[in-house]
Design a protein. Structure first.
Length: 352
């Protein structure tokens, strides 16, 4: 197998004068996925194509999926270079089984997903995912529908508090939402720096702070706008439906909310519930996955030093059994009930 080490990838890109795109935990992903000639693997989050390139180099065919039309456009040269072994489709990874079947595959040998925003999206100020540079307050992966600006400028304060508090795990969500609703009465929040400065003014910033005070608020809005938790939950069940026996499901996450969903899925699908001797549990649900490695795998220190994005990464993986896929049951994930566009959990409608 070719050398896929993160150090090698970084050096090769640097020698070619490229800004290095480093696929997170690539060695660990390939070790869990075990791609080989004659196999078909779904790369559910194509991004800049880091996993896809490595899987193709290992001899497997790839069905790659991405919501972002920019990623699909940028990946066409990779499609052309691999003579029919790469199918690149725009779509949501919650529909990965339908996409694969539409391409003529009833079952596949592997599914890999790197959850969250891609480095390409972060690097483009006009996409509004980051406050490192000023840009429109957008954050839409598909570049259509509700934007982050729509949320902060039209949602009730109570809904903003829940979104920022739950999806951003921000303890000061109520203070931030109060400031947002007061500020938008004067003029709308339209840019990333506009919102970042507002949050910084509310929370303050200490020189020794490891992250910017607006980081959690931006995370919350991005997850909300793109319905990332719902997408992940549905993608996990779609993977269960499309994987053949002995197929591998490999998921890399970057914060606790995502990792919690993956952990709950594998716990539900791979572990028999234990009762007490007084009250045994009657659990006739079939186990659809086997865990060859229990617990999450973290990135190595070497990789984390090279690629800061890897520091929070966690990898979980399982092997598909020959049990029939279970019926969809989103209740196992404990997804938060948050307001959607045009609806309010408070019942008061939208603040103006």
């Amino acid at each position: 197998m070719p050398d896929f080490s993160v150090v090698t990838v970084t050096k090769e890109r640097a020698m070619n004068g490229q800004r290095p795109h480093i696929p997170v935990m690539l060695e660990e992903v390939l070790s869990a996925l075990t791609p080989a000639s004659g196999q078909c693997v779904i790369d559910a989050t194509f991004g800049a194509g880091g996993y896809t390139r490595a899987i193709l180099d290992a001899g497997a065919s790839v069905i790659a999926i991405d919501r972002d039309p920019d990623a699909i456009s940028a990946g066409q040269s990779l499609v052309s270079a691999h003579d029919g072994k790469l199918l690149l489709e725009q779509g949501r990874f919650s529909n990965l089984d339908a996409i694969a079947r539409g391409a003529g595959f009833d079952l596949v040998d592997g599914v890999v997903a790197d959850i969250g925003v891609s480095s390409m999206q972060i690097d483009q100020a006009q996409r509004g995912f980051s406050f490192q540079s000023d840009g429109p307050l957008d954050m839409r992966m598909e570049q259509t529908g509700l934007s982050a600006a729509d949320v902060v400028n039209t949602f009730d304060r109570s809904d903003l508090t829940r979104i920022i508090g739950i999806l951003g795990e921000e303890r000061q969500a109520s203070r931030i939402s109060a400031e947002i609703t007061q500020r938008r009465e004067k003029r709308p929040l339209e840019t990333t720096l506009d919102l970042a400065k507002l949050v910084e003014n509310v929370l303050g910033r200490h020189p020794k702070d490891r992250i910017h005070p607006a980081t959690r608020t931006f995370q919350a809005l991005r997850i909300y706008v793109n319905r990332e938790l719902d997408e992940l939950a549905n993608a996990l069940m779609a993977a269960e439906r499309i994987l053949r026996p002995d197929g591998r499901l490999v998921v890399v996450t970057f914060h606790s909310l995502e990792d919690r969903l993956v952990k709950r899925f594998f716990t539900d699908r791979a572990e028999t519930k234990q009762g007490s001797r007084h009250l045994p549990i009657a659990d006739d649900k079939s186990l659809t996955f086997e865990l060859r490695k229990r617990g999450a795998i973290s990135a190595s220190k070497t990789e984390s030093d090279i690629n800061p994005r890897a520091r929070s990464a966690k990898l979980r993986w399982g092997v598909r059994t020959d049990a029939a896929p279970r019926d969809d049951d989103l209740s196992i994930f404990g997804l938060p009930n948050l307001a959607r566009a045009g609806k309010s959990t408070s019942g008061r409608g939208r603040a103006r």
